[in-house]
Ligand binder design. Structure first.
Ligand code: IPM
Ligand code: MN
Length: 349
């Protein structure tokens, strides 16, 4: 019995999560697992009604669950930054979810915008540090609003934070991948403090992993090669900001936000799983949004819970649906409704 907190969230989040839960239920039946789910109405609507983002009592309940399944956060009537900082980033920081794991995988049948690239060419994983860097909120204004105004946004990189992220990436690369090639993505030519630390820690740690081939590339070059030669990559490890940016690029080359999922992890503790796209408010209630990203997020959750066979079955069912049934991945172009896509995955499962 697994205790799962469900935060459907804003916009199309609830529609996506509805299908993910449908698939989880089916996986539960097939593999004899049971899920005790509790829904939380966190998000833009609740904030607009009550001013609450993440009450402490709710946070305490979330901590008691093994996993959180999150739909999407983002509301057109809420100023940018409030929900992001008050909810999504607060969960990542306070649950200390120091890994953001984002697979970039082109499923058979899915059209990549990259000409001549096949599924075997686009299959890598980004390990994004998720609790430090430019995301801590460190910095501030001086003389705000005046012509002499100064804005400082600091990137915090601790030896401990960097090392635990690298450790996860090395272990993941060694344990879960066949090619066992780990690329550090940085900017050592300009960010000479932050990525100096990253690079030294990376090189030192590599001595513990003789079976992992290591490699370094600057973030701008990585953007170029992700387009030109995505087949070069197996696992990429990077800081929070660069990880944010390159995983949107990754989502595009794997066919779009409709299929891109991510896991926010603290191994051994409450972890959170989400489709990486936003709430897509203009599609709300139309039954047009692609639920596959949320379904893939639930597969990542199963894997995290130790139910690897169930996770693989869900992923295989997703791959089959992409291959046999979907015209496109984006909202409104699938050739099927949101609910039909969930039903198809369940059927193949
Ligand atoms: C993501 C998102 C978030 C981030 C935003 C919504 C704060 O873009 O999960 O990648 O920047 O991490
Ligand atoms: Mn992002």
């Amino acid at each position: 019995m697994y205790r799962i907190a469900v935060i459907p969230g804003d916009g199309t989040g609830p529609e996506q999560i509805g299908e993910a839960l449908k698939v989880l239920e089916a996986a539960g039946e097939k593999f004899n697992l049971s899920f005790e789910t509790t829904h939380y109405d966190l998000g833009g609507e609740r904030y607009l009604k009550t001013g609450e983002l993440l009450p402490d009592s709710v946070f305490d309940e979330l901590k008691e669950c093994q996993a959180i399944l999150l739909g999407a956060i983002g509301h057109p009537d809420v100023k940018p930054g409030i929900l992001e900082r008050g909810l999504l980033l607060r969960l990542r920081f306070e649950l200390d979810l120091y890994i953001n794991l984002r697979p970039v995988k082109l499923y058979p049948g899915v059209a990549s915008p990259l000409k001549n690239k096949r599924p075997e060419d686009i299959d890598f994983v980004v390990v994004r540090e998720n609790t430090e860097g430019l995301y801590t909120g460190a910095g501030g204004f001086f003389k705000k609003g005046s012509p002499d105004e100064v804005a400082i946004q600091e990137s915090i990189n601790t030896r401990r934070g960097v090392e635990r992220c690298l450790r996860y990436a090395f272990d993941y690369c060694q344990g879960k991948r066949n090619r066992r090639q780990l690329t550090l993505c940085g900017k050592t030519n300009v960010l000479t403090y932050a990525f100096d630390l990253w690079e030294r820690a990376f090189q030192e740690m590599s001595l513990d992993y003789p079976g992992v081939k290591t490699d370094y590339a600057h973030v701008d070059a990585i953007c170029m090669w992700m387009i030109k030669n995505p087949e070069w990559f197996d696992v990429i490890v990077t800081d929070n900001m660069f990880g944010d940016i390159i995983t949107d690029l990754g989502a595009m080359i794997q066919g779009g936000m409709g299929i891109a999922a991510g896991a926010n992890l603290h191994p051994g503790k409450t972890s959170m799983f989400e489709p990486i796209g936003g709430s897509a408010p203009k599609y709300t209630g139309l039954n047009k949004i692609n639920p596959l990203a949320a379904i893939c997020a639930s597969a990542m959750m199963l894997d995290y819970l130790g139910e690897e066979e169930a996770a693989q079955s869900v992923e295989a069912a997703v791959a089959t649906v992409c291959h046999r049934h979907l015209a496109g991945l984006n909202a409104g172009e699938m050739g099927h409704t949101t609910a039909e896509v969930g039903d198809l995955v369940t059927r193949y499962l």
